[in-house]
Design a protein around this ligand. Structure first.
Ligand SMILES: *[C@@H]1O[C@H](CO)[C@@H](O)[C@H](O)[C@H]1NC(C)=O
Ligand SMILES: *[C@@H]1O[C@H](CO)[C@@H](O)[C@H](O)[C@H]1NC(C)=O
Ligand SMILES: *[C@@H]1O[C@H](CO)[C@@H](O)[C@H](O)[C@H]1NC(C)=O
Length: 138
């Protein structure tokens, strides 16, 4: 599975970001939107199978952040920046995410972002660091 993902990623000419999240904390996935853009469409999905997790369409009052059970009640989508906040980060959230943006002039942009989830570097009980990564390369 890791090999399939690896070869798939290397042929894609899109921006790839990396971010680290800590178990139980919040992490914000940056959409990379140009701050001059006024977003008319935002689609955050799980890259490997294009499952939508949070979307926004111009003309609707609120973004839809409850599209997938895994993230139910844990997402907040900023509709001006396109940034996606994941609260109470879990091991299963260590995935590659993809965001598609469209501005009101019709320009589109796509970005992929890999989230690595780890335990705290130091915790109260001195338990060894827990490090989990769903995509096994680098
Ligand atoms: C953002 O958009 C403006 C207007 O289109 C452009 O001049 C500027 O170079 C863009 N900035 C970046 C970082 O792409
Ligand atoms: C897509 O991937 C996520 C994360 O690996 C998984 O939980 C979900 O079941 C997958 N969805 C489909 C339709 O395969
Ligand atoms: C949304 O993003 C904009 C631009 O980065 C920021 O100014 C604003 O405070 C954010 N809104 C919320 C609710 O976080």
């Amino acid at each position: 599975m890791a090999c399939v993902v690896l070869s798939f990623l290397t042929i894609l000419p899109v921006v790839m970001g990396d971010i680290t999240g800590y178990l139980g904390d919040s992490v914000t996935l940056s959409s990379g939107a140009n701050s001059s853009w006024i977003l008319s469409k935002i689609e955050w999905s799980i890259f490997s199978n294009i499952t939508w997790i949070a979307t926004y369409r111009e003309g609707t009052l609120h973004p839809n952040t409850d599209r997938f059970w895994q993230f139910q009640g844990r997402l907040r989508l900023n509709i001006s920046s396109g940034d996606l906040e994941i609260r109470d980060v879990r091991i299963g959230d260590a995935l590659v995410y993809s965001v598609l943006l469209k501005d009101i002039k019709g320009e589109q942009q796509n970005k992929n972002l890999r989230l690595t989830v780890t335990g705290k570097a130091l915790n109260h009980n001195n338990v060894p660091v827990l490090k989990v990564q769903s995509v096994g390369f680098r």
